[in-house]
Design a binder for this molecule. Structure first.
Ligand code: MG
Length: 342
């Protein structure tokens, strides 16, 4: 099987700020696999939080990595993908996604069908209001009008002001992501305060090395605490069950759809809630994760609507509801020519 790739810069509609960083753009790498006249697509959107960078991925792809001829489902090729990706999870995610796209297209079926996902059971996605200019909050809430759930990034020294301001403009369901930005004292104060203001869940309140503190917080929290930075792959899940009510699965952390499906099963066995999330990604990565969205409790799949130059279209958010494409494979279509995009 042939592998090709191209690098592409996604530009953010608003600067994307979270507790630890702000970005105006992100570079991603599209990976294309080709065999038997069919091209499968995958996307690597590396995160510096996990020590992964576009240059590192590009160097690995440029070194001429090779796949054998593929004659079975992507589950059968995980050892090869692990080796090829050299431990870079976002690259493995791109390769795994491309193989699933190819495999489903080969059978002429949408990927969600192979995963036994029912499109009518797909939930609404949240829409993210990132950390940025306080004076733009009202405008951002107005721009989020088509979406029914807002996810607010906190972990600043103005967290209560941010929520109070947003609540002046909307009574929509809110979710909060602190991105490790609090300590236990601050979290003890914030969690009940946020619950009183209609916040549905809180992602990663404390740093990853504060699992015991997070367990104390869980004991008093009236709303679910969801592990994000603490939960990369399925191997992390058992140790999180005492500290969190659920986990947030992202392709770029876990290394692809194959591992994501295992993680859903592991979390369910442990009685944990399941959320699916994303980095700033285009419709390739987002449509891949969306194929599992009908199987989970909370979806945060808005990376492709936070950018203004998505070169593909696939899964759509229709009034916030995840609406899967019926086309074979991931169901994505290139809408912008050039730059080696396929
Ligand atoms: Mg998060």
């Amino acid at each position: 099987m042939e592998i090709q790739y191209t690098r592409y810069r996604l530009t953010c509609t608003h600067p994307f700020g979270i507790s630890r960083s702000t970005h105006d753009w992100y570079d991603v790498l599209y990976v294309y696999v080709h065999q038997d006249g069919i091209t499968g697509r995958g996307e690597a959107a590396p995160s510096e939080r996990y020590g992964e960078f576009p240059d590192q991925i590009e160097a690995r792809l440029r070194s001429g990595i090779e796949l054998p001829r593929i004659d079975g489902p992507p589950e059968d090729y995980q050892a090869e993908l692990e080796l090829l990706s050299g431990g870079i999870h976002s690259l493995k995610a791109a390769l795994d996604t491309a193989l699933w796209d190819w495999w489903a297209q080969k059978q002429g079926r949408p990927l969600y069908e192979l995963f036994h996902s029912r499109p009518d059971q797909a939930p609404c996605s949240s829409f993210t209001i990132a950390i940025g200019d306080f004076d733009l909050l009202a405008q951002k809430v107005a721009e989020a009008e088509p979406y029914r759930i807002l996810k607010v990034k906190l972990g600043t020294n103005r967290d209560k002001e941010i929520i109070t301001e947003i609540r002046k403009h909307t009574d929509k369901t809110l979710r909060v992501d602190a991105n490790e930005g609090w300590d236990l004292d601050r979290a003890r104060e914030m969690v009940p305060w946020l619950a009183d203001r209609g916040v549905e869940l809180i992602e990663q309140p404390l740093p990853t090395n504060r699992l015991e503190d997070t367990a104390r917080l869980k004991a008093l929290s009236p709303i679910p605490l969801i592990a994000d930075e603490n939960c990369l792959t399925g191997a992390d899940i058992p140790s999180l069950a005492d500290s969190f009510h659920g986990i947030n699965i992202k392709l770029m952390k876990c290394g692809g759809l194959t591992e994501a499906r295992t993680m859903i099963a592991t979390a369910r066995e442990l009685g944990l809630l399941v959320m699916v999330g994303c980095m700033i990604e285009s419709s390739v990565g987002i449509s891949a994760m969306a194929s599992l969205a009908p199987q989970i409790d909370f979806a945060d799949l808005d990376g492709h609507v936070l950018i203004d130059n998505d070169p593909y279209e696939g899964m759509k958010l229709v009034e916030g509801k995840i609406t899967l494409s019926n086309r074979p494979g991931l169901g994505v279509r290139l809408t912008l020519e050039g730059g080696g995009l396929r």
